[in-house]
Ligand binder design. Structure first.
Ligand SMILES: Cc1cc2nc3c(=O)[nH]c(=O)nc-3n(C[C@H](O)[C@H](O)[C@H](O)COP(=O)(O)OP(=O)(O)OC[C@H]3O[C@@H](n4cnc5c(N)ncnc54)[C@H](O)[C@@H]3O)c2cc1C
Length: 394
């Protein structure tokens, strides 16, 4: 089948890889002029790790990744107030856990299909018409195209979801935080293999030192209302961060100065997408477009890869019966995603507490993680994916 995939982030190219294996003809349609860079470092484990292994990507991902040693919470003077060793994550997950910059994970996936399928960059779908036996797409630059199926992998603010299911507001659950991330060269201090984080009520700023003298920074802050105006223009985003973190103390003045020179700033709402159905007719959604779990789940990339693998596998199993494939794909994955979304919502208060007492409690709680049996009990329960990836023989 000719299958249009809107969005070449993490889910889109993973889907293209598995569709190619099954003998289909995917076309990637990506709004950005080239694969997007930017974003923070993400933790990668579970079902996504297994899919990457089946794609032969683990050597590249592990080369680009980091075996982080510690999460260190510090006060305004940089003194340690809490945190834990991440060794426990690795032990709980049999060493199948790596931290990797989001841009490098996306790059490794994209390279696995580069040149093997049509990829339209700087392009987007502006209209969609499902005729039952085919879907007509109108593309902003290339005009009309006809496909057998259309898959929306265009992220949290998916255009395919809007065109096929309705406005974003209907499906978005705002968790009440904003997130921003950028990368800078030559920042000091550096603490190799340590996530260093300082928080004040409702605000958190973290840094992680990468190879080649680069550092990644992550801002998270409470914002109770959905406000799009701030997030559409790079300058407005920078101003928002300057305003919110201007009096934050710690290393904020130096980090905000580095932000002025940053090429790429990732800025978004921390929200989840909850849809009553992940497909309609010949159109399906996957990844953040279908069921964004949010930054707080820590596993958005891995889950998106697992969804792509299962959707391609079910299409291969169902032959031309895409309705059956779409149904099986959703039925298999919905319980796992619902569990992850619920866990992320529960975690929100602990991730970036809004009160001084909440912050103190969180810092104390992280110290308990030093007691291995307790940590393994909690980590094991929340980290392990309760899902057996089928073998589709692809
Ligand atoms: C630049 C960037 C940085 C990120 N940084 C972080 C981070 O630091 N921490 C974190 O937890 N999550 C981050 N995310 C989100 C995370 O990557 C996703 O949760 C996860 O990868 C799920 O994958 P996805 O493929 O569904 O969505 P994404 O990886 O978000 O990919 C969606 C793709 O669709 C493209 N797209 C959007 N709209 C259209 C359109 N109308 N037409 C065509 N293409 C479109 C986007 O440009 C993007 O390439 C980031 C996403 C991006 C795009």
């Amino acid at each position: 089948m000719k299958i249009a995939i809107s969005g070449a982030g993490v889910a889109g190219p993973t889907l293209a890889y598995w569709l190619l294996r099954a003998g289909h003809e995917p076309t990637l349609i990506e709004r950005a002029p080239q694969p997007r860079t930017g974003g923070y470092i993400i933790d990668f484990w579970g079902v996504g790790f297994t899919v990457a292994e089946r794609m032969g990507l683990l050597p590249d991902i592990c080369d680009a990744g980091y075996k982080v040693r510690e999460v260190r919470l510090v006060d305004g003077q940089g003194r340690k107030t809490g945190g834990f060793s991440t060794e426990l994550f690795r032990v709980s997950l049999d060493d199948r856990f790596i931290s990797v910059p989001r841009s490098q994970l996306a790059d490794a996936i994209y390279r696995s299909i580069e040149g093997r399928c049509e990829a339209l960059f700087g392009e987007t779908v502006t209209a969609l018409s499902d005729h039952g036996d085919r879907v007509d797409l109108t593309l902003a630059k290339s005009g009309s195209r006809v496909f057998d199926l259309v898959i929306g992998t265009d992220g949290q603010h998916s255009a395919i979801r809007r065109l096929a299911f309705g406005p974003e507001a209907r499906f978005e659950r705002d968790i009440g935080y904003r997130v921003a991330a950028f990368e800078a060269d030559g920042y000091a201090p550096r603490d190799e293999l340590v996530y260093v984080s300082h928080a004040k009520p409702g605000r958190q700023l973290a840094r992680f030192a990468e190879r080649d003298g680069r550092t990644l920074f992550l801002f998270v802050f409470a914002a109770d209302h959905l406000d799009d105006a701030e997030s559409h223009h790079a300058d407005a985003r920078r101003k928002t961060l300057q305003r919110v973190f201007g009096d934050f103390g710690w290393e904020a003045p130096k980090i905000l100065a580095a932000l002025d020179a940053a090429r790429d700033l990732y800025f978004d709402r921390v929200s989840q997408i909850v849809m009553p159905a992940w497909s309609t007719g010949r159109v399906a959604l996957l990844g953040d477009a279908a069921a964004c779990v949010s930054l707080l789940a820590g596993e958005g990339c891995g889950l998106a890869m697992a969804e792509a693998y299962v959707l391609a596998g079910e299409l291969a199993r169902a032959g031309t019966d895409h309705t059956r494939a779409f149904g099986q794909y959703e039925q298999r994955l919905r319980p796992l995603i619902a569990t992850k979304q619920a866990a992320a919502r529960k975690f929100a208060g602990a991730f970036a507490p809004r009160t001084a007492f909440g912050l103190w409690t969180r810092n104390q709680a992280t110290k308990l993680m030093a007691w291995r049996p307790l940590a393994q009990f909690f980590l094991g329960r929340d980290l392990r994916d309760d899902f057996d990836l089928p073998d589709y023989g692809l």
